[in-house]
Design a protein around this ligand. Structure first.
Ligand code: ATR
Length: 275
């Protein structure tokens, strides 16, 4: 029997203590008068599969999944949405009837909604430089390529990982690869998807990589300016954005999957980024 009380949701990751997701989903729930609980759960790699199954056996309603479990989550579920299958990574799980777990990936939609709808960035025919080739990039490549950029370059410290992604997603558009030092210039949009800023570092890029009109987007967020955006600002870039909008938009897509309604996001982004 399902227990009484609020509908239960959680984020599984390692680490998770820094996450803003409980705050975001709390604001979403308030918009609709929904009674939900959203917990952060630190789950180590070896315990992930068991923890997911236990959560849903115990009538949990939905999960978010973050680093380092997104690829493992794609293996745990019974069914993938087309976008999660293409990404090979899952950030949202919902239980359908009789313990059928559906895995989705809302990261790409979150990024595109923030870039296009919130920030008014035009992607078609543009030249996009993506820094990094890890799990965060895997989730956003297909949605970015579907916006038909002229070129999408993946620059990464480890060249083989960039090559692997270029092979996997090359059918969707024109992907080139490079290291950081030879990342080139004339980019309309530069997205930092490395985890370097978590340790206060940033890839060493050529100064030509950004110009005053380049949109610079860091998937990282936090109160302080990120090393990448600080660097871009020093070079005169005026359109610098932290990833608060992507965070809130991917959460809104997850909420839609779980509860059938899409929350209003602008006020939530302002609450996080504006304060
Ligand atoms: P995520 O899910 O956040 O993408 P990940 O799969 O561990 O995490 O990938 C981290 C990314 O950040 C990788 O592209 C990594 O580069 P490598 O493929 O060479 O490991 C990149 N990265 C991490 N620390 C970095 C640093 N100090 N400088 C440059 N790139 C870094």
């Amino acid at each position: 029997m399902p227990r009484g009380g609020p509908d239960r949701y959680a984020l599984f990751g390692h680490p998770v203590s820094h996450s803003w997701s409980p705050f975001i989903h709390g604001l979403f729930a308030r918009q609709f008068g929904h009674d939900i609980e959203y917990k952060l759960v630190d789950v180590e790699r070896a315990d992930f599969r068991r923890a997911v199954i236990d959560f849903f056996v115990d009538h949990g309603k939905g999960l978010n999944v973050t680093l380092p479990h997104k690829q493992a989550a794609a293996e745990v579920v019974n069914e993938l949405t087309p976008r999660a299958a293409r990404a090979g990574a899952v950030n949202t799980i919902v239980a359908r009837d009789a313990m059928q777990l559906l895995g989705d990936n809302t990261d790409g939609a979150g990024l595109i909604t923030d870039l296009v709808d919130n920030l008014g960035v035009s992607l078609e025919g543009s030249r996009i430089l993506v820094l990094g080739a890890g799990g965060a990039v895997r989730g956003v490549l297909a949605p970015l390529l579907r916006c038909r950029p002229e070129e999408l370059r993946i620059a990464n410290r480890t060249r083989e990982r960039a090559e692997g992604l270029a092979q996997e997603f090359g059918d969707l558009g024109n992907i080139t690869i490079s290291g950081f030092a030879d990342a080139g210039g004339g980019w309309n949009l530069v997205i930092n998807a490395t985890s370097a800023s978590l340790s206060g570092q940033m890839p060493v890029l050529p100064v030509a990589a950004v110009a005053p009109g380049t949109v610079c987007y860091d998937m990282a967020y936090g109160r302080a300016e990120t090393p990448f955006l600080a660097w871009a600002s020093r070079l005169g870039a005026t359109r610098c954005h932290k990833g608060w909008g992507m965070l809130v938009e991917q959460a809104a897509e997850a909420y839609l999957l779980w509860r059938g309604v899409r929350p209003e996001t602008r006020s939530v982004i302002e609450a996080l980024a504006g304060g």
